[in-house]
Write a new protein. Structure first.
Length: 217
C-alpha cells in the first residue's frame, strides 16, 4: 500500500469500528474535563473516573477547588499517582483561572499551556473535546500505532503530531485521535500486537516479516 492508500483505509476502517467517539474521561464541562485530563497523566482513564466523583463532589469548579487545601485534594487523587504534584497544580490552576480568566477555562491553547500541570497534550485534548477546536493530541497509543502503520518515523511525539496533521484533513482530527486510542487499547496493544497481528497492521503491511520496533513516547 502507498501511504495515501493507508491513510484512506485507516480513516474508513476506524470510522466503521468507532462511529461514535465519546470522551472516555467523565466530565460535565471544560473545567472538569481539564482536571480529569490532568489526572490521567501516567494513569488509566478508568482509575481517573473512579477518583473524580469524590473530588468533584467537593469541588467541580475553580471557586470551590481553590478553597480546598492541597492535602485535601492529594488525599482524594492519590490513586492516580503523582498526587503531590497534581494536587498542587489543580489548586494553583484553579486560582489562576479565577485571577486571570474570570473563573472560566480559556479556549486558547497558549493560555491553557501556561496553567500549572497542563502540557501540550492536555491543552490539545481540552481544545478539541471541550471547545471543538481541531487538534491532534498524541498519547502513547497514537505514537505507537502511527509508527506501526507507517505514518511517522516516531522520532518524538511532536514529530508524530506534525506528521498526522499533515496526512489527515483537519476535519477528522478530533474524532480520529480518539478512534486511534480506542483501537490501540482494543486491538493493537503494546504487547498484543507487534505490527503483524491486528487487522490494520496486517492490511497495511501484509508482507511484514519482522516485528515493528517502535520508539516510545
Amino acid at each position: 500500500m502507498l501511504k495515501s492508500e493507508r491513510v484512506e483505509y485507516i480513516l474508513q476502517r476506524l470510522q466503521e469500528l468507532y462511529p461514535q467517539t465519546p470522551v472516555p474521561l467523565d466530565h460535565c464541562d471544560p473545567y472538569t474535563l481539564l482536571i480529569a485530563v490532568l489526572l490521567s497523566a501516567q494513569c488509566t482513564d478508568e482509575r481517573v473516573n473512579k477518583v473524580t466523583p469524590a473530588l468533584f463532589a467537593l469541588a467541580d469548579n475553580p471557586v470551590d477547588m481553590a478553597r480546598l487545601e492541597v492535602d485535601q485534594i492529594k488525599a482524594i487523587i492519590r490513586p492516580c499517582g503523582l498526587s503531590p504534584k497534581k494536587s498542587k497544580a489543580i489548586k494553583r490552576l484553579s486560582e489562576i483561572l479565577l485571577e486571570e480568566h474570570d473563573g472560566v477555562v480559556p479556549a486558547d491553547m497558549e493560555a491553557l499551556e501556561r496553567l500549572p500541570g497542563v502540557g501540550h497534550k492536555t491543552a490539545s485534548v481540552v481544545m478539541s473535546q471541550a471547545f471543538g477546536v481541531p487538534a491532534f493530541p498524541v498519547d502513547t497509543h497514537i505514537h505507537r500505532l502511527a509508527q506501526r502503520w507507517g505514518l511517522t518515523n516516531g522520532g518524538s511525539v511532536v514529530q508524530t503530531e506534525r506528521d498526522l496533521k499533515r496526512l489527515f484533513a483537519e476535519e477528522f482530527w478530533n474524532r480520529l485521535h480518539l478512534q486511534i486510542i480506542f483501537y490501540g487499547r482494543e486491538y493493537c496493544t503494546a504487547r498484543g500486537c507487534d505490527g503483524r497481528v491486528c487487522e490494520i497492521c496486517r492490511t497495511c503491511y501484509p508482507d511484514r516479516k519482522h516485528p515493528k520496533k517502535t520508539i516510545k513516547a
